[in-house]
Design a protein around this ligand. Structure first.
Ligand code: PLP
Length: 426
């Protein structure tokens, strides 16, 4: 698309432009491989001398369409889609880091990402220091070491729904000469555009609102095009010195601004193989067409439910960044267009009260998921965050009574009636 369309138009139209006589709807290219007339053409593709699809582990036309749509929505220069949000974050980390490198991450992040940084990446020699979202600029900067390769945080954290202070974190990243990577899964580009606030890379679990119907796992890494690895060759030698696995190619010299995306695809994706399937790319692409509409409804329903819960006698506390008395409200208004569909609350009666409430819901279902059209609930302390120690749970903001709600796009009165009758059972 040449013209700079607005977000709603981009969501519908970007990614796939049918030629004359082509299918109007994005085709599902369910093929692992692609045919060429000569061995030379294929060899050039392998040597990255020409562009084209040759094996779906590296690229596929349906997956490429999704990459283009998500990148256009975020305002990036390109993207690499992955099999899940976890794969996307892994690709980000393995593209930027080598053995002995280091990450600074917000401690208010999804439990799976915390585990990846805390337990799995250290097995490859990549360590992470976690910092509190409220840490001062000096404290965050003090966590940076000479081997730190990026700062990572969630724009709206799961499940503590805290809003990232983009200015503070991006200032530290600039000062340290390293990129800021932001997981924008919860607000999506419909509500927050991290590249406009100083992020250099964005990752998503597209499994969440991007798909938004709980039918396709997926993830994506998007490059904002703002970080220049060649400015600091000693800091980023894996971008600025020869890659032996590619006949000594130097990514920054051969691909300039696209260095990160090419390295992520032809080195990390090639070797680790966590690509998105064409079918999931098709489903996610279709569902992205309604993303701005859905995010509006998720947000208005959630605000109505948060206000109802806030004034309910059987509720101890509610955390939703859209409530005007929330400590997150000023940041939320600054960085988000609306406040999304996820909130947490503490029913009276501690852990037992939470269990009674959850078991009494009728419309809302208990599922290990957020961010689809159907209202759902979860008790993180006994599920998604159960691998964390008590101390780690506390640091991630997980209290024993905490119930996470993902408000769907049903009629808000039906949702509120369901919560009301379940609270009556406590
Ligand atoms: N990032 C966030 C904010 C998430 O909420 C999740 C999953 O819940 C992930 C990443 C991981 O995504 P996936 O489940 O697609 O691997």
């Amino acid at each position: 698309m040449n013209k700079k369309y607005r977000l709603e138009t981009v969501a519908v139209q970007a990614g796939y432009e049918p030629g004359n006589g082509d299918p109007r709807v994005l085709p599902i290219v369910q093929s692992t491989t692609f045919k060429y007339d000569s061995a030379g053409e294929l060899a050039d593709l392998f040597d990255l001398k020409s562009a084209g699809h040759f094996y779906t582990r590296l690229s596929n036309p349906t997956v490429e369409a999704l990459e283009k749509k998500m990148s256009a929505l975020e305002g990036g220069i390109g993207a690499v889609a992955a099999s899940s949000g976890q794969s996307a974050t892994t690709i980000l980390a393995l593209t930027l880091c080598e053995e002995g490198d280091h990450i600074v991450a917000s401690s208010a992040i999804y439990g799976g990402t915390f585990n990846l940084f805390r337990h799995t990446l250290p097995k490859l020699g990549i360590k992470t220091t976690f910092v509190d979202l409220d840490a001062s600029e000096e404290e965050i900067f003090a966590a940076v070491t000479p081997r730190t390769k990026f700062i990572f945080a969630e724009s709206l954290s799961n499940p503590s729904v805290r809003v990232l202070d983009f200015e503070k974190f991006s200032r530290v990243a600039r000062k340290a000469g390293i990129p800021l990577a932001v997981d924008n899964t919860f607000p999506t580009p419909a509500l927050c555009r991290p590249f406009e606030f100083g992020a250099d890379f964005v990752v998503h679990s597209t499994t969440k609102y991007a798909d938004g119907h709980a039918c396709a796992l997926g993830g994506i890494v998007i490059d904002g095009g703002s970080f220049d690895f060649s400015k600091n060759p000693e800091k980023f030698p894996s971008f600025t010195s020869p890659d032996e696995s590619y006949h000594g190619m130097v990514y920054t010299e051969a691909f300039g601004k696209m260095a990160f995306l090419v390295k992520a695809r032809v080195q990390v994706m090639r070797d680790i193989g966590m690509m998105m399937s064409p079918m999931n790319a098709f489903l996610t692409s279709m569902n992205l067409e309604t993303l701005p509409l859905r995010m509006e409804r998720h947000s208005s329903n959630a605000l109505a439910l948060a206000k109802f819960l806030e004034s309910h006698p059987k509720v101890d506390w509610v955390k939703y960044p859209g409530l005007s008395d929330s400590p997150e409200f000023s940041k939320a208004v600054k960085y988000l267009k609306a406040f999304g569909g996820v909130m947490t609350f503490g029913p009276k009666g501690g852990r037992q009260g939470a269990e009674k409430f959850l078991n009494s819901l009728k419309l809302a279902k208990i599922v290990t998921h957020v961010a689809d059209t159907r209202t759902c609930v979860l008790h993180p302390a006994s599920t998604t965050h159960r691998q964390l120690s008590d101390d780690e749970q506390k640091k991630s903001g997980i209290l024993p009574e905490l119930v996470r709600i993902s408000v769907g796009i049903e009629n808000s009165e039906d949702i509120i009636e369901d919560f009301s009758q379940a609270l009556d059972e406590i």
